[in-house]
Design a protein around this ligand. Structure first.
Ligand SMILES: C[S@@+](CC[C@H](N)C(=O)[O-])C[C@H]1O[C@@H](n2cnc3c(N)ncnc32)[C@H](O)[C@@H]1O
Length: 299
């Protein structure tokens, strides 16, 4: 047990500190350890934070990995964040004009499951600068090749890259074997977003990119009448297997999609909007059979 000045409030009989999930959390102990080691908040040039709802397996979760590395701070429900909050609850998208806020106050994310967003008390978290991300494609092993649904480290890196801090984005992603692929995969698009100014101009750039993609898809479909490459599935996803270490493969988080996904469609955040009514979302077995096109639609 901790002694003297290292004793936690809990050890001293005070009220246990709580994480976002309301538990007296191991994270706090980890924070104490990191503080004692002098590691916390010294490992990244700006503040990184997350509200962690403990929906994911700690071994598989990018936010938790950043926490283990001493790079990100866990926030409590009720606590607000001054910097950019990259969140599904945003309305505007991250834009280069956000650079000053990012450099001054940092960036945060909401560590939760995409399938359980309705359990997140968005009114009790967040801040003045909540932002969506524009169209970008995930490189993580769970949602590889899938647009919009980035994991936490990708979301933070995307925010940094859009405001022109690619150096910070690279540094964050360098801790994940697949991480650098995120910047490669999205290089052209990130360069386009970096040339924008405000949220409206990023949305316009996104719209014209999506239009271009849609055209490419139509052209490819027309060209491949006999030999339909779309039937071969998400080529990006297959390629990604090359980048995954055995450790990470073991740690893969299952997606929340069911085998009834042929009738699933997504909104602009990649959320399911017409899940078959009798589907309780519990059947994960067919995940590997789910294929996406470049717009994130199930094919
Ligand atoms: C839903 S969590 C999933 C985390 C995942 N389990 C992991 O290992 O990192 C991903 C978080 O990243 C941020 N994020 C990812 N993609 C986003 C987007 N397109 N718009 C806004 N926020 C996004 C949000 O904070 C979101 O809650």
């Amino acid at each position: 047990m901790a002694k003297g000045k290292n004793k936690s409030l809990e050890d001293r009989g005070g009220r246990p500190s709580k994480g976002s999930n309301g538990h007296s959390s191991r994270q706090n102990h980890r924070h104490m350890e990191l503080k004692r080691n002098g590691n916390i908040e010294t490992k990244f040039p700006v503040k990184l934070a997350m509200w962690d709802f403990d929906h994911c397996d700690p071994k598989k979760c990018s936010g938790k990995k950043l926490e283990r590395l001493g790079m990100i701070k866990s926030l409590r429900v009720g606590e607000k964040f001054q910097g950019i909050v990259v969140s599904p609850n945003g309305t505007d998208v991250v834009c280069p004009d956000d650079k000053e806020i990012v450099e001054k106050h940092g960036a945060s994310v909401v560590e939760c499951s995409w399938a359980r967003l309705d359990e997140v008390p968005f009114n009790k978290i967040g801040g003045r600068h909540e932002r969506l991300l524009p169209y970008l494609v995930a490189a993580n092993q769970v949602n590889y090749g899938r647009p919009w649904k980035l994991n936490c480290v990708e979301a933070l890196a995307a925010c940094f890259a859009i405001v022109g801090r690619v150096d910070w984005a690279s540094e964050l992603l360098s801790h994940f074997s697949w991480g650098p692929v995120f910047l490669e995969l999205n290089k052209d698009l990130l360069e386009i977003y970096q040339k924008c100014t405000n949220s409206t101009s990023v949305k316009e750039a996104e719209a014209s990119w999506l239009e271009k993609l849609e055209l490419e898809i139509q052209e490819r479909k027309a060209q491949s009448k006999d030999e339909d490459i779309w039937l071969t599935g998400n080529v990006n996803r297959q390629m990604n297997q090359l980048y995954i270490s055995d450790d990470e493969k073991e740690g893969e988080e299952e997606d929340e999609l069911s085998d009834k996904s042929k009738s699933i469609h997504y909104d602009s955040l990649g959320n399911v909007i017409n899940l078959n009514s009798e589907d309780d979302g519990s059947n994960h077995e067919q995940l590997e059979n789910v294929k996406y096109d470049l717009l994130g639609n199930i094919i």
